[in-house]
Write a protein that binds this ligand. Sequence first.
Ligand code: NAP
Length: 293
Amino acid sequence: MTSVLITGCSSGIGLETALAFARRRDRVHACVRDPATADELFRHARAEDLVLDVPRLDVTDDASVIAAVTEVQERHGPVDVLVNNAGVDRTGPVETMPLDEARMLMETNLWGPLRTVRAVLPAMRARRSGVIVNVSSLAGRTFAVPHGGFYAAGKAALGALSEALSAEVRPFGIRVVCLEPGSFASRIHRDTMGRAALPEPSEAGPYTADQEWIARFLTRVQEGAGDCGEVAEAILAAVDDPDTPLHTPVGKDAETALRYLANTTYEQWLPLFLEQAESLAGPRPVERDQPGG
Ligand code: NAP
């Protein structure tokens, strides 16, 4: 029985992935940061009579990662498949986004996967087999949109680490895949675009109107978001198919964007992006004679 450890299973892609592996009777360790948030996961598992182990694992906390992986491996044996899914998104200007928010993004989206990778690799190396799936994002492969810099930077860095790691662990029989989903309907968008992600009116600064504009644009783009089940299927396919490319886009939007961007410079892309954003979110609220305006 294949043992699969997935982070961030309380909702969205992680929840769908946990259910998808459980449906085929793999042994699933569907990790959640806080079991109190796992109601939806438990409800679905009960409805389908699926067996899930639900360990507590906060990817930003060294001790939590080590405790969860150690307990899983002691009770159920080594992890065959690690799916690094847990992630957060916040928009904010490079100049003024609070550093603690930016650090939280990186702790979760970059150092989080590194912690779990380091926890499972010794046993994978010893058995000379294993698959690691890092859920990155199209945002890590395309040009970064205004106010999306920290999310894109974390996901791009995860892609770079995945490339190096892949070459390092391949001699030990371990595969690494970096999935790059486009837009899929989940809580992450509501958290990012919601009011909580924007400054309070009393704290409005030089970028606030621009940030609200990009939030309107992203909200419109996400109206056509796909079903998280499609990403779950792509994760299962990546685990099953040893020929899965290291960088694997998921969704029509991601495939189309990456094809277009393969031969496009930033200078060609930016005006087209701004034009598309204005067509969806209205005129950008910056002075026309400002650089980049
Ligand atoms: P989601 O529904 O918000 O799920 C994110 C999951 O990550 C939640 O279960 C959340 O748990 C968990 N999480 C957040 N911080 C954590 C931490 N410190 N430790 C452990 N778990 C933590 O969003 P999603 O769309 O399914 O996102 C899953 C992954 O896909 C993310 O890495 C995201 O960047 C990536 N992705 C999503 C899209 C998309 O369009 N949806 C596109 C590209 C990439 P809590 O309940 O505890 O908050």
